[in-house]
Design a protein around this ligand. Structure first.
Ligand code: ZN
Length: 250
């Protein structure tokens, strides 16, 4: 008898930030790139962008495992706006005014940390789940010391990377676009980058496809209609700087 499991392909995404055009482009592109059986979402569904309700609705329609980000928490009053810069705070107040009771309850119910098989999902880091930017060796080592799984998937910084635990310390790697990478040996912290507001100088939406059985990940970028999002942000009187940054990828 063979214990034969069907390979599970997971679309790993984070930081959608109410950007419906980017989110839709990622779902369509991921289907073309071989498709997926489930979505793991790493927080910040809302904040900054002009479509909080439609993004919540579209995510809920999927077969998704989701956690909360700092913007999701702030949008339901569980995190103080004093944590935000003035533009993010203004966008958050606008988001709060747009959420229906049902959307509010959905965001409120999102957990901060989840374990799925050999993977941990958290927005920032295991040391400070909602707010830490995991970008330094010191921050990565703190999370490795708290991990009970081989893989930890994070968002928050909007910077796509892989980080491998070494005998002493760890090494950060940038993703080559479109190539399959094995994450079978050792332990890894991985950030898929941001769907709705990339900050690595590349304005295209960023996502990962992960095969959880053979433990491989592939990083993809996809263009979307940034102008359409910017026009909606202008119509909603959201801060101009938040619209401009989408074109520049920061
Ligand atoms: Zn974010």
């Amino acid at each position: 008898m063979y214990n034969c499991r069907i390979a599970m392909r997971v679309l790993v995404i984070g930081d959608i930030h109410s950007n419906l055009e980017a989110f839709t482009a990622v779902l369509e592109d991921a289907k073309v790139k071989g498709g997926f059986d489930a979505i793991w979402f790493l927080g910040d569904l809302v904040g900054y962008g002009p479509d909080p309700g439609p993004c919540i609705e579209l995510l809920r329609k999927q077969k998704v495992t989701a956690i909360a980000g700092n913007h999701d928490r702030a949008a339901v009053g569980m995190l103080s706006l004093s944590e935000f810069n003035p533009y993010a705070a203004q966008a958050c107040r606008w988001t709060i005014s747009k959420l229906t009771h049902d959307e509010h309850e959905y965001l409120k119910a999102l957990p901060e940390v989840l374990q799925v098989e050999d993977n941990t999902l958290v927005h920032g880091s295991l040391r400070v789940p909602l707010l830490e930017y995991l970008l330094s060796e010191e921050a990565a080592m703190a999370t490795f010391s708290l991990m009970k799984t081989s893989i930890c998937l994070v968002g928050h910084s909007h910077i796509p990377f892989l980080c491998h635990e070494e005998q002493a310390g760890c090494t950060f790697y940038r993703f080559p676009e479109g190539s399959r990478l094995s994450i079978k040996s050792g332990r890894w912290i991985i950030n898929p980058g941001s769907v709705g507001q990339p900050r690595d100088g590349d304005p295209r939406a960023s996502y990962l496809l992960m095969d959880t059985d053979i433990k491989e990940v592939t990083h993809y970028r996809v263009k979307y209609d940034i102008g359409a999002v910017q026009r909606k942000m202008e119509a909603a009187a959201l801060p101009e700087i938040l619209a401009q940054r989408l074109s520049q990828g920061w």
